[in-house]
Design a protein around this ligand. Structure first.
Ligand SMILES: [Zn+2]
Length: 103
């Protein structure tokens, strides 16, 4: 189980969260001028990297707030968290070691 640290509530089990997918996707401003391919790319095309990835998470069974996490998709290690008004806070070694995967 993955231990995720909500920026407001602290460390909680992964089951309390809902993943919102890739972070930093901006909705195009003038959607009427987009081609079908450009609109489809915006809606459906996502990166699927092997390695560091930025994701959106919502603490669905807690404060219900959205935040971003930077996670390594190979090791599942969460490297830091970011709220929409606060830049990435890199995790301390203690939290990173206990907040990684445990199987
Ligand atoms: Zn929370």
């Amino acid at each position: 189980m993955l231990l995720i640290e909500c920026p407001w509530c602290g460390p909680r089990a992964e089951t309390e969260f809902s993943c919102g997918g890739e972070a930093d996707i901006t909705r195009p401003l003038d959607t009427e001028k987009l081609t079908d391919k450009e609109w489809g790319d915006y809606l459906f095309m996502r990166k699927n990297p092997r390695g560091v990835h930025r994701e959106q998470w919502m603490h669905a069974q807690g404060c219900r707030r959205w935040f971003k996490a930077q996670r390594d998709t190979v090791s599942y290690e969460i490297q830091g968290y970011e709220t929409f008004d606060r830049p990435l806070a890199v995790m301390s070694d203690d939290v990173a070691k206990t907040g990684g995967t445990s199987k």
